[in-house]
Ligand binder design. Structure first.
Ligand code: ZN
Length: 192
């Protein structure tokens, strides 16, 4: 119940089930325009370089001060892959190559779908970018699991590290079930 006003005419909306529908929607009480709310897509990228994984330290809430793979909300006009590449560029100032789909993670309780890619660093350069205070390569055994920002990232990284031992990477679709005590951890803000 987040929407208060019609984005077409500015009049107040009311949450109700429109005729012919079976779900509650934000319906404008003046022009009858229906504002549908749908899941948001987050694109993320696990980046490997010389047997290490590149993480960025967040400077923004939620989970400021915690590490994460580059990730963020998809923008209009981009594809999932180009969204992930853009997030890498913004958060760790890096370019990536050999990009492959790795996983699709549903966070139903937060109405989010996270698309994870895996990739390799192009060249040697990376650095902390916007919304990041540090960028660092971690050997798998040195990843600070208790300082990672989001369970979805932990889930993806754990499988990545497992699968990279044999080099047999798979693509999986998984549901991330939220512990309600940690609910606010799943609110990844959109990157401006
Ligand atoms: Zn309206």
């Amino acid at each position: 119940m987040n929407i208060k006003f019609c984005n077409q005419c500015g009049h107040q909306v009311k949450y109700e089930i429109p005729p012919g529908d079976d779900k509650v929607r934000a319906v404008c009480q003046s022009c009858q325009y229906i504002q549908y709310e749908n899941p948001k897509i987050v694109n993320a990228c696990i980046i490997e370089h010389k047997d290490k994984i590149l993480l960025g330290k967040r400077t923004i809430e939620p989970r400021a001060g915690y590490w994460n793979v580059p990730a963020g909300f998809m923008e209009n006009g981009e594809a999932t892959r180009s969204g992930a590449v853009r997030e890498v560029k913004e958060e760790v100032l890096a370019d990536v190559k050999n990009i492959s789909l790795f996983g699709v993670y549903n966070i139903v309780q937060r109405n989010q779908v996270h698309i994870y890619f895996r990739a390799e660093l192009t060249g040697e350069y990376f650095a902390a970018g916007a919304e990041t205070s540090a960028a660092e390569l971690f050997a798998p055994e040195d990843i600070p699991w208790d300082q990672l920002a989001f369970p979805v990232g932990i889930t993806a990284l754990k499988r990545y590290i497992q699968e990279r031992k044999t080099g047999n990477f798979t693509i999986k679709e998984e549901d991330i079930i939220i512990d309600y005590k940690l609910l606010n951890q799943y609110d990844i803000p959109s990157s401006e």
